[in-house]
Write a protein that binds this ligand. Structure first.
Ligand SMILES: C[S@@+](CC[C@H](N)C(=O)[O-])C[C@H]1O[C@@H](n2cnc3c(N)ncnc32)[C@H](O)[C@@H]1O
Length: 221
C-alpha cells in the first residue's frame, strides 16, 4: 500500500458544524433550562401583552398561535388571561412539547419543524418570543404563516433579543454553535412589509443595562 503524504503547504481547515436550534433547545429542555428561559423572557412577554392590550381590540381575540413555543408557557399565560377558545403552540423540540403537554388545558401543542408546517386554519393572534431569528429563510416562513395561518385583521406580535443593533447578542451564534439570522431592525421591518403586514410598529423594551432590549414588532394582516 502506498501512503500519500500531504504536501506541506496545504492546510487542512476543520469545519465546525452548527447544531440545529431544535437540537440545542431539546437538550435545554432535557436539563430543565426551559424554566430559566421562561423566567428570562417573562418581562419582555409582559410588555408584548401590554402592546397587545394598548394597540388592539383584545375582546375580538379568541384564537392564538405561538411559533417556537418552547414549553408552551406564553400560550398558557395568554389563554388563561383572555379565556381563549383555541390555542396552538408549535415547536420542533419533542422534549419541549412533551413538557407543554403535561399541563391539563384545552390547548394543542404540536412538535413540528415550522419551516415545513402548513396551517389548516387561521388564528386571531400570532405571537412568537425569541424564535424567528433561527430561521434561515424567514420570508418564506412568514409568507406561509401570513397566507395560511392568518385571516384579515389577524394580529402579529413578535419579540427577539438577537438583532444587529443589540451588540450584546452578536456573539450568541458562536457561543451556542447555532445558526442565527442576524438582521437589523429595518431589515426585519422591511421583511414584514414585504409579506404584506400593515400598521407595523416597533419598540425596544430594555430590561438590562448592557442590552438594546427586546425588539418587539407588531402589526396586522
Ligand atoms: C429561544 S427558544 C424560545 C422558546 C419560547 N418561545 C420561550 O420564550 O421560552 C426557541 C425555540 O424555537 C424552537 N425552534 C427553533 N427552530 C425551530 C423550527 N424550525 N421549527 C420549530 N421550532 C423551532 C426551539 O426548539 C426552541 O424551543
Amino acid at each position: 500500500m502506498i501512503l500519500l503524504k500531504r504536501p506541506k503547504n496545504i492546510i487542512r481547515i476543520k469545519t465546525i458544524k452548527n447544531k440545529s436550534a431544535i437540537e440545542e433547545f431539546n437538550n435545554w429542555a432535557k436539563i430543565g433550562k426551559d424554566v430559566g428561559m421562561e423566567n428570562g423572557h417573562a418581562n419582555s412577554v409582559s410588555q408584548m401583552i401590554n402592546i397587545f392590550e394598548k394597540r388592539f381590540d383584545v375582546k375580538n381575540v379568541k384564537s392564538m398561535l405561538d411559533l417556537g413555543c418552547g414549553n408552551g408557557w406564553m400560550l398558557r399565560k395568554l389563554a388563561s388571561k383572555y379565556s381563549l377558545d383555541v390555542g396552538l403552540g408549535i415547536d420542533g423540540s419533542v422534549e419541549m412539547i412533551n413538557k407543554a403537554k403535561k399541563y391539563q388545558t384545552n390547548l394543542d401543542y404540536l412538535c413540528a419543524d415550522i419551516t415545513k408546517w402548513k396551517a389548516s386554519r387561521s388564528y386571531d393572534l400570532i405571537m412568537s418570543m425569541e424564535f424567528i431569528y433561527y430561521l434561515n429563510d424567514p420570508e418564506t416562513v412568514f409568507n406561509n404563516i401570513f397566507n395560511n395561518a392568518a385571516h384579515k385583521e389577524s394580529i402579529f406580535i413578535f419579540g427577539i433579543d438577537h438583532y444587529k443593533e443589540n451588540q450584546d447578542s452578536l456573539s450568541w451564534p458562536s457561543d451556542l454553535g447555532v445558526y442565527m439570522n442576524t438582521l437589523s431592525i429595518n431589515e426585519w421591518i422591511d421583511l414584514y412589509r414585504k409579506i404584506g403586514m400593515k400598521d407595523i410598529e416597533y419598540e425596544q423594551f430594555v430590561t438590562k443595562e448592557d442590552s438594546e432590549g427586546t425588539l418587539i414588532i407588531s402589526g396586522i394582516k
